[in-house]
Design a protein around this ligand. Structure first.
Ligand SMILES: Cc1ncc(COP(=O)(O)O)c(C=O)c1O
Length: 456
């Protein structure tokens, strides 16, 4: 049992009075207490009431990959902060250099790490490089960036301009010009009936490139497995075609690994399941499991070399992120990576991910409200439908009722939230990579009970 302060009424009052929480309607907090998390250990977290939960969403948003209470990460961060906490990213640091080297070892074909403030910003760095490359090589013309329906790349106005989730973007326009949407690739909600849906969906990207003009399209930005848009692994044949299309039209491939990166799907990076060769890879959340903030954009020598004309005062990447110079992030990331290696967490993710999918498939046999189960590694979803034939989504309130019932049982699960109008109906599961078989069974047993309660 975790130690909970005897009286945290003051904390809750201060929170209620002065904190504006992320992605949540605050009206209910006029009558109920906001949730305040106090302590975490392994897979478990305790809130301000002292209630214990198993965390099936790694800190809510796919982040605490190695679980809570890792002393070696805390010690490494502490030591590093005392030695050298910060210097602007125009200079290097010991953990920054070491982590970059270790990361690059896991990413054949890529050579350069650019540290940023957040996942959104890591994506914007790639967007800025694409724009600058357009100026360097194509007279400014190849500036357009394609993104996919249902994908999410961040919270800034420009990453929302590249966002395929209308409810996240609504009312925040006007958006940054030059971003063009391509269709989603969720076979369960296929736009057409065809034998090879993966290839069909990828071919839609080619259609968009041809419509826009290949000489205007600089890059394609995709999540390897779409996260908040519904846990979507592209169908077979998709990535092969995407690779061919990018090559054919000289379009740079930007893979957003902010969720999948550093183990979540059972490989170091999601794209590594599919044999693709990205030009940019962005990452954040799980890089240091949330013990310290760290995000980065990784690219190739080919891209890097384009920014080295010493005679041109504008040729280099004229960009800075203040907190990209914080050393706590890479210090924590080095330990995080060592833990994943030493404890065999990639293999565990594959094995426990298979168990999670099996359990969810078992629930699908029992509960007609589950229309589809999908995922990769410890990154799974179950889509809830009112009718399996029509695939009509269940009322969002019922999805939230399932999440709420699990929470009451002491199991924190997630659901797609304010992403797509009428389609925020997928339960999301992303427990830490340290999950055991008992943890997985405990999580799905709670879902079983919740589904029975909400839908019978
Ligand atoms: C796929 C993806 N990309 C980018 C981001 C943005 O990352 P951050 O919140 O660190 O800016 C997120 C956040 O949820 C994400 O899921």
């Amino acid at each position: 049992m975790a130690i909970v302060p005897n009286d945290i009424t003051d904390v809750i009052e201060a929170d209620r009075k002065n904190v504006w929480h992320h992605l949540i309607q605050h009206k209910p907090f006029e009558t109920i207490d906001p949730r305040v998390m106090i302590e975490g250990k392994g897979m478990r977290v305790w809130d301000a009431t002292g209630k214990e939960h198993i965390d099936a969403v790694s800190g809510g948003v796919w982040t605490v990959n190695v679980g809570y209470g890792r002393e070696r990460i805390a010690n490494a961060v502490r030591d590093q902060l005392l030695q050298m906490p910060y210097f602007a990213g125009s200079a290097g640091s010991i953990p920054g250099a070491k982590f970059a080297e270790q990361l690059i070892e896991k990413m054949p074909g890529l050579t350069r790490v650019y540290y940023t403030n957040s996942g959104s910003e890591a994506n914007e760095k790639a967007f800025k490089m694409v724009r600058q490359i357009a100026h360097k090589k194509y007279g400014g013309k190849k500036y357009k960036i394609l993104y996919r329906e249902r994908d999410y790349h961040g919270t800034t106005i420009t990453t929302l301009s590249a966002g395929g989730q209308p409810e996240r973007g609504a009312q925040y326009g006007p958006y940054t010009p030059g971003f063009v949407q391509v269709p989603h690739c969720l076979e369960y909600r296929a736009q057409v009936e065809t034998e090879n849906y993966g290839e069909w969906a990828a071919n839609q990207i080619e259609e968009v490139i041809l419509r826009e003009g290949p000489d205007t399209v600089g890059a394609l930005c995709l999540e390897p497995v779409t996260a908040g848009g519904g846990v979507i692994e592209p169908p077979e044949g998709y990535w092969e075609r995407v690779g061919e299309i990018c090559k054919k039209y000289d379009v740079l491939l930007h893979i957003d690994e902010v969720v999948c990166g550093v183990g979540r799907t059972g490989t170091w990076f999601g794209y590594q399941h599919y044999g693709i060769k990205p030009d940019f890879v962005t990452m954040a959340k799980g890089v240091a499991s949330g013990y310290a903030a760290i995000a980065c954009m990784v690219t190739t020598d080919e891209v890097f070399e384009m920014f080295k004309d010493a005679d041109d005062p504008l040729s280099y990447f004229r960009d800075i992120s203040t907190f990209g110079g914080c050393t706590a992030g890479p210090a924590a990331a080095i330990e995080n990576m060592a833990i994943i290696e030493e404890e065999g967490l990639l293999d565990n993710t594959t094995a426990m991910g298979a168990r999670l999918i099996d359990n969810l498939n078992g629930l699908m046999e029992k509960h007609r409200v589950i229309g589809d189960v999908r995922g990769k590694g410890l990154f799974c979803g179950a889509e809830l439908v009112a009718d399996r034939q029509t695939k009509e989504a269940v009322d969002e309130k019922k999805v939230q009722a399932v999440v709420g019932d699990c929470m009451a049982q002491g199991v924190i699960i997630g659901a797609t939230n304010r992403s797509l109008p009428g389609l925020n109906n997928t339960l999301c599961f992303s427990p830490a990579l340290i999950s055991t078989a008992d943890d997985i069974d405990e999580i799905t047993a709670a879902v079983d009970k919740a589904l029975t309660k909400v839908f019978s």
